[in-house]
Design a protein around this ligand. Structure first.
Ligand code: ATP
Length: 608
């Protein structure tokens, strides 16, 4: 239902925000608590973009919350500056600059190391506020005398004096923050954020400069925090130094976890639950110091039993009440017909009229410590050729592919692709110029749908390594729909476009793995064991699929299933112990005594 009504989420939020001042105060909640929910909800939305959508757990939000708030408070109390909203915006810009500088450092690491750096940075900001900068920040006293909410329009200033007016001021900014965040998550930029959360390595390999995306999201989250800090100063009439405390960061993380990360509404629900409960325990139940203990237990219970948070629980309840639509399977014949009809439409970087070598490696060597995974490989593939690579386990095939696609740097040797030296290129740029691979072990975006997976791939091709289209709708990316549909048709997944990847059968996942590589429109596609783990029936189908992909493309395919591979390829390169043993047509390889002795004797005999 929500998909059919435009701006459904925004409308519901607006109605709830309008209802809040009539519902919560009669239940005993103070205006201060309600306004704090608005402020922490806003900060939490920014944090959710970072954590819930991009997968970056930061404990550094207090640094930006404090910085933005303190800068605005300083302007409003220590200078002749009187425009409250402009001061908050300037504080937000300072928080953005701080976010940029911190992000440059912290994002050099991932996972727990990233989180630990943000903890350390939050502590540094706290120290700075209390010591070297106390002359400006008021040290442990904070900055008192911040004027109350007002909106300077130049010709007049609107004052927000009564409880209701003040609430309207804070609720308005929460609403604006939510609308912007919803646009971000519905944008191409927002989809790349989710790709980074799900599988950063694959997002990189598909041609996205994930570092830039992460840095921008980090700055955006810092801006939400900075704006929230300014609002806090205005709401309380003074800027408290404890905004900088690590506990503030912890509360933001906990509120988001309670409410449900990756939902945008979760942090608002989380802030409401957290603040209402702490208010209730302290003022209504008069629990004294024990309120923190009780709140801690409630937090643990909520996180343990509602794994997707309150927002997730509400969605589950909604589905239970109104039922959910299941993804329907189109009949197989229809699927194949669609494939036939649209497969030819899939774009790719054309090399149709070129001749000679599309890729050429000379003396390619890779050492891992004492292990020589590849040694002195000379290898070339012609435009339009379909090449097979075989070799026993550990022969160095995957390492060879990783070097060709610039995923790992060779120890020595050179690689030329389409006439240019790509030896020291990175995997993102290699993909952008038309060279990519599908993986031996599926590297998909598991929690997203097939359509979203293919979109992520196509977006890199259509938008380049990085684009700041935070507010653009995904629907408005020209050519995206066609690229996704034609790729899905080619890999026979049209009927599964709306299914989450986690629901796919193994064979479907394998086809999607190839589809992800295809959607980047490569002129040279490397396929690392595309038939691995498939049943006999699935292999026949996939070989047919690979044949249709191969038309007008250059392919290099690694596989252990030699019967299928020999049916597909024109020439075969045999690797053994990291070196090329021999090269030739499938017939020559089958009949080569050296190959039979070294490799085929056992395996091919078994296959036969
Ligand atoms: P398979 O058919 O089993 O996939 P393969 O032919 O693809 O094998 P590679 O995965 O390229 O072989 O491995 C070649 C050799 O390099 C192996 O001895 C492997 O242990 C080693 N190797 C590969 N990657 C690494 C790494 N990251 N660090 C250390 N050694 C590695």
């Amino acid at each position: 239902m929500s998909r059919k009504i435009p701006f459904f989420a925004e409308l519901v939020t607006l109605l709830v925000l309008i209802a809040i001042p009539f519902i919560l105060p009669p239940l005993g909640f103070t205006p201060a608590t309600i306004n704090r929910i608005m402020i922490f909800g806003l900060v939490g939305i920014g944090f959710d973009l970072l954590f819930g959508y991009t997968g970056l757990l930061s404990f550094g939000q207090s640094a930006f919350f404090g910085t933005g708030g303190m800068f605005a408070a300083y302007l409003l109390t220590q200078t002749s500056f009187t425009n409250v909203v402009l001061a908050i915006i300037l504080g937000t810009i300072v928080a953005a600059v701080a976010g940029y500088l911190v992000g440059l450092v912290a994002l050099r690491r991932t996972g727990i190391y990233f989180a630990m750096i943000t903890v350390a940075i939050a502590e540094v900001f706290f120290f700075m506020e209390f010591n070297p900068l106390s002359e400006y920040t008021g040290g442990e006293n904070g900055l008192p005398g911040v004027p109350s909410a007002s909106l300077g329009l130049g010709f007049t200033t609107i004052q927000f004096k009564t409880d209701l007016e003040q609430y309207a001021f804070f609720a308005f900014w929460l609403f604006v923050g939510l609308v912007i965040a919803l646009r971000i998550v519905r944008s191409p930029f927002g989809l790349v954020m989710r790709a980074i959360r799900e599988n950063p390595d694959r997002a990189t390999a598909l041609g996205h400069n994930i570092h830039s995306y992460k840095l921008v999201v980090f700055i955006v989250a810092a801006m939400y925090a900075g704006f929230g800090g300014g609002l806090l100063a205005v709401m309380q009439g003074f800027m408290p130094p404890d905004a900088f405390m690590f506990a503030t960061s912890g509360e933001i993380v906990m509120q988001t976890a309670i409410g449900g990360a990756g939902t945008l509404f979760g942090p608002i629900l989380g802030a409401a639950t957290w603040l209402l409960l702490s208010d209730f325990f302290q003022t209504v139940l008069n629990l004294g110091a024990t309120w923190k203990l009780i709140l801690g237990i409630v937090f643990v219970l909520l996180v343990v039993f509602l794994r997707r948070g309150l927002a997730g629980a509400f969605v589950d309840l909604y589905r239970l009440a109104f039922g959910t639509k299941k993804t329907t399977s189109a009949p197989a014949a229809a699927v194949h017909n669609t494939a036939a009809a649209t497969a030819g439409a899939l774009r790719h970087k054309s090399t149709r009229n070129k001749s000679g070598h599309i890729i050429e490696a000379k003396g390619l060597t890779k050492h891992y410590g004492g292990i020589a995974a590849n040694s002195d490989i000379d290898f070339a593939v012609n435009y339009g050729e379909i090449r097979g690579i075989i070799g026993p386990n550990g022969a160095g095939k995957s390492t060879f592919f990783k070097m060709l696609t610039c995923e790992v740097q060779p120890t020595s040797g050179t690689i030329k692709f389409d006439g240019r030296d790509i030896t020291h290129m990175n995997v993102t740029d290699a993909c952008q110029i038309g060279l990519t691979k599908s993986y031996q072990i599926n590297q998909l975006f598991e929690r997203l749908t097939v359509r979203q997976n293919l979109m992520i791939s196509a977006l890199a091709e259509l938008r380049g390594t990085f684009k700041l289209d935070l507010l653009k709708s995904l629907d408005r990316v020209r050519g995206l729909g066609a690229q996704v549909e034609s790729t899905a048709a080619l890999v026979h997944l049209t009927h599964r476009l709306n299914a989450p990847v986690a629901d796919l059968a193994y064979g479907e996942k394998r086809r999607l793995e190839v589809g992800l590589a295809l959607a980047t429109s490569p002129s040279l596609l490397l396929l690392d064991e595309p038939l691995a783990g498939m049943s006999a029936e699935e292999r026949v189908e996939t070989v047919a699929l690979l044949k249709s992909i191969a038309q007008d493309r250059t392919l290099v395919v690694i596989d252990h299933d030699m019967d299928s591979l020999f049916e597909l390829v024109e020439r075969v390169t045999v690797l053994q112990e990291g070196r090329i043993l021999v090269e030739g047509t499938p017939d020559e390889i089958k009949n080569n005594a050296q190959v039979q002795e070294a490799y085929l004797g056992g395996v091919h005999g078994d296959a036969e």
